[in-house]
Design a protein around this ligand. Structure first.
Ligand SMILES: Nc1ncnc2c1ncn2[C@@H]1O[C@H](COP(=O)(O)OP(=O)(O)OP(=O)(O)O)[C@@H](O)[C@H]1O
Ligand SMILES: [Mg+2]
Length: 622
């Protein structure tokens, strides 16, 4: 042992300033490799570790820098060689200590001047990089970058029961890393019935990287895990909509806030209008039956035609009838088109009397109501059963709009823009979600691809989906069930700065995710986010993450954002952020006692996400 110690002793402590310690390296050890019993031992260099012996304690430090000083003052003759004049100094930051065969993070005591410093033996090096305790379930994520053959095992509990952030520039390997660890973990447990019962994963995929573009018979879709274990929603707002729509609970559609988001309502006037609409009992009690529906048409026509406002548009009745007729509703009501052309032909607006005229009857006369409205609407035969719940809400909004505007409860100019957006948003919504009364959440993993979804829905859908799964989990409160919400390209929805949206919507969006990140742990809900721009994401969210995988980051703001929240990251790791190669990342957080650089292992081709970097020139040559 003494022999080994004399070989691996590299110097003594010369200064201690808090966590920072300086070592003077023995002049005989100023070489890159040391020889011990025929084996080469790598000498210390920046980024590696040393052990400082203080009595019986062994403190471990990471080398952050080195420099040399020249001994100028002493008598030159006392040196046998010029080399001896030069002092090599190592700057070290203490990271932990070795105690009864285990490495522990943190500082219990500080070294003293002249304490001796040693290289770590292979055994000690392994201890420092052993992040799991005996008996813990683990998986291998990859190798230590510094030491190629050293596999890094991580504790599954400490990783998955935590909020995870994966950051790095485009192409640095975030999606790959995420796919790798979810693949390894799910693959490990997929044979266990209890796992299939108690674990749920939902992945929001903005770019369609985690699924084959189109389901093709005979082509398997095994990205991350075999297709038997997952449900893939390839949502699309394009022509034809989605093949499989995302199921939402009926309660979601009763939520005024949901509709405010979908219809992009302003906080002061439009959102309250939507809320009132959903609460309007008269409309609700009539809209689902054919008779009730007729009644609503008749009541609305009555208020438009008989309570004429001084600034009323002459075409208001027609606008109403046309709006109602869209989405093919006119074909569901016998007599509707006839009524429309009858009105078009015979109904005239008389501005000076503020009334309408049908042949000779003015809408101010009592006969008008019976002959022109009641009798004619009675003749309609609607057959509106089977309308989707989403469509019913559209109709409610239309009826309530005309009702409120005619009654003077709402201002047409204020609410008008909502009506302008209504059809488009309803049609988008119908293409991507479906109301599911008895939705059974029986799939291990759901992948929601938003590649073919338009801009507006891209922002709204992830929030609706995440909110729903979170609330559902929260209310059921089944202690043994876990849910991991995984969002790749999370800056799409978690960015703090977005000029195109209004404040209330931004607040709502961030609140939803901030709640998940702050409270989710108690209900077994954990968030994994991957993003190119940590500086864009709300700092509340970034600071609550438990584990960070940091890939190459170049922008200073991004590095600062990470630096602010992961203050324990050492200088060497920070400095390496802009130069990490593709597929390497720094892991910091609960799952690793010390921040380390990992080379993430390969994923078998069939489980790999579709994110190959294109090779330009190979496609240019014949
Ligand atoms: N550990 C790895 N081993 C092998 N290949 C890798 C590894 N990590 C990443 N790659 C490859 O690097 C390329 C880019 O990776 P990836 O798509 O994961 O980057 P990204 O950071 O998610 O980029 P973006 O921000 O654009 O989504 C892919 O072709 C991927 O196969
Ligand atoms: Mg990616």
């Amino acid at each position: 042992m003494d022999e080994l110690n004399s070989i691996i002793k590299i110097g003594v402590v010369t200064s201690v300033k808090g966590r920072s310690v300086e070592l003077k390296v023995d002049t005989t050890k100023n070489v890159s490799h040391l020889l011990f019993k025929g084996e080469l031992i790598k000498n210390v260099s920046v980024g590696s570790y040393v052990k400082i012996a203080k009595g019986f304690s062994h403190l471990v430090g990471k080398i952050e820098g080195e420099f040399i000083t020249e001994d100028k003052g002493s008598d030159f003759k006392s040196y046998t060689s010029q080399q001896d004049k030069v002092k090599r100094i190592l700057q070290i930051s203490l990271v932990g200590f070795l105690e009864s065969g285990v490495f522990k993070q943190g500082i219990k005591e500080l070294p003293l001047i002249d304490n001796e410093a040693y290289l770590l033996t292979q055994g000690e090096f392994n201890l420092v990089h052993k992040f799991v305790q005996d008996g813990e379930d683990t998986f291998v994520l990859g190798n230590l970058a510094q030491e190629k053959g050293k596999e890094i095992e991580l504790g599954i509990d400490r990783l998955l029961a935590s909020h995870i952030g994966i950051f790095g520039n485009t192409g640095s390997g975030k999606s790959y890393t995420m796919a790798k660890f979810y693949h390894e973990i799910i693959n490990k447990y997929k044979g266990e019935t209890k796992f299939l019962e108690n674990a749920r994963f939902i992945l929001i995929d903005f770019n369609g990287e985690y699924t084959i573009p189109k389901p093709v018979f005979g082509v398997r879709d095994d990205v991350i895990i075999e297709e038997e274990f997952k449900k893939v929603y390839r949502l699309s707002t394009g022509k034809g909509g989605s093949i499989l729509k995302y199921p939402v609970a009926p309660s979601v559609l009763k939520d005024a806030q949901f509709w405010s988001l979908i219809l992009h309502c302003t906080e002061k006037t439009q959102a309250p209008f939507v809320a009132r609409t959903l609460k309007n009992e008269f409309i609700e009690s009539n809209i689902r039956s054919n008779d009730g529906f007729k009644r609503l048409i008749s009541v609305t026509l009555k208020s438009i035609l008989t309570k004429v406002e001084h600034n009323q548009e002459r075409n208001l009745a027609f606008t109403f009838l046309e709006e109602l007729a869209r989405f093919n509703l006119d074909s569901k009501i016998d007599g509707y088109r006839a009524l429309f052309s009858d009105y078009q032909k015979n109904l005239q607006f008389v501005p000076k009397d503020k009334c309408y005229l049908y042949y000779n009857t003015k809408s101010t006369e009592p006969d008008f109501l019976k002959q022109v409205i009641t009798d004619k609407t009675k003749a309609l035969t609607p057959n509106i059963e089977g309308l989707s719940e989403i469509h019913i809400i559209r109709l409610k909004i239309i009826f309530n709009f005309y009702h409120e505007v005619q009654k003077g409860f709402a201002n047409k100019e204020h609410i008008g823009p909502v009506m302008g957006r209504l059809d488009e948003r309803i049609s988008d919504l119908e293409k991507v979600i479906t109301v599911d009364l008895n939705h059974k959440d029986d799939t291990l993993m759901s992948i929601v691809s938003l590649k073919d979804v338009n801009m507006q829905m891209r922002k709204i859908l992830p929030m609706i989906i995440c909110k729903q799964v979170y609330e559902d989990k929260k209310h059921r409160f089944e202690k043994h069930k876990y849910l991991n919400i995984i969002i790749d390209e999370a800056h799409n929805i978690l960015s703090y700065n977005s000029e195109r949206e209004n404040e209330s919507w931004k607040d709502h969006r961030l609140e939803t995710f901030e709640e998940i990140i702050k409270e989710g742990r108690k209900f077994g809900v954990f968030l994994t986010i991957a993003s190119q721009r940590p500086s864009d994401i709300s700092s509340t969210i970034i600071s609550q993450l438990h584990n960070y995988f940091l890939h190459r980051l170049i922008n200073n703001k991004d590095i600062e954002a990470v630096e602010k929240t992961i203050s324990y990251l050492d200088k060497v790791s920070f400095d390496s952020l802009p130069i990490l190669p593709q597929g390497s990342c720094i892991l910091a957080g609960l799952a690793a006692q010390l921040p380390i650089v990992i080379e993430v292992g390969k994923i078998a081709d069939r489980y790999k996400p579709f994110n190959e970097t294109m090779c330009l020139t190979s496609n240019w040559k014949d």
